[in-house]
Write a protein that binds this ligand. Structure first.
Ligand code: HEM
Length: 218
């Protein structure tokens, strides 16, 4: 098994477990997000819980779509042999990213951990769609290698929630900090960490497009 295939299989396993975990929390454990909302103190703007919950549910549904459609399009068979499916699925991914971005834009001002977290999420809400649009522009210019790189950068952002929650858990248990302080630190570590991981993936596991022998540039 090649490194790329091994990495892809591991990624699918992580996505599967993450989707199950979010579904468990959202449907069974805490459908009204009472626990998470309980950490929102000293908000700059009053929070309408009904609208926030509706936005968050739309956010999660389209986050799922972006995770799944992104994973499908990274499969080498889909890339090489099913170009039409890859293209259609790619547009689904772009639309999902935009909707997750829009809902994120609504939720960011009320972020747990305060203003600094709101700013970090707002930055991510701009760079994630930007990476995705750059990837789209690159493929329209037939720059396959560059398209792959920007898609890896874009897809890395799909793991924000997973990374933030994992880090919050570890920081909180290791330091004894409050949930909002641990969450704030996690958001500030997660965003650069995911961007660095994307660069590592581009240079290692995803370096060579399997079975693609077209000339590459960019
Ligand atoms: C694609 C995978 C993603 C999933 C599954 C996901 C899921 C969630 C969930 C379940 C929440 C509710 C709070 C919680 O329990 O964490 C949430 C909140 C939020 N998400 Fe996402 N999300 C994803 C990606 C993103 C991305 C890429 C951004 C930024 C562009 C983002 C921005 C936000 C914001 C701003 C909040 C509100 C945070 C707060 O209130 O403190 N999410 N997300």
């Amino acid at each position: 098994m090649s490194n790329t295939k091994r990495f892809y299989t591991l990624m699918l396993a992580v996505i599967f477990l993450f989707i199950l975990y979010i579904a468990y929390v959202q449907i069974i454990y805490d459908p009204q997000s009472t626990g998470f909302l309980g950490f929102k103190t000293n908000l700059l703007h009053p929070l309408n819980t009904t609208i926030w919950l509706a936005m968050m549910r739309v956010h999660v549904v389209f986050a799922y779509i972006s995770l799944i459609s992104g994973a499908v399009n990274f499969a080498s068979t889909i890339c090489r042999k099913h170009r039409k499916l890859h293209k259609l699925n790619g547009y689904i991914y772009v639309a999902a990213v935009m909707i997750v971005g829009l809902t994120s834009g609504y939720m960011a001002p009320y972020a747990t951990g305060g203003r600094s977290v709101s700013i970090a999420f707002n930055v991510l809400t701009m760079i994630w769609p930007a990476f995705t649009v750059i990837a789209l522009i690159q493929i329209r210019k037939k720059q396959i290698h560059s398209h792959r790189k920007w898609m890896v950068r874009s897809y890395a952002c799909c793991f924000t929630n997973l990374t933030v929650h994992l880090l919050t858990f570890f920081i909180r248990n290791a330091s004894g900090w409050s949930y909002p302080a641990s969450y704030r630190m996690s958001v500030y570590i997660s965003i650069p960490l995911l961007l660095i991981l994307a660069e590592i993936v581009i240079r290692t596991a995803w370096k060579k497009p399997e079975g693609m022998n077209r000339p590459e540039s960019a």
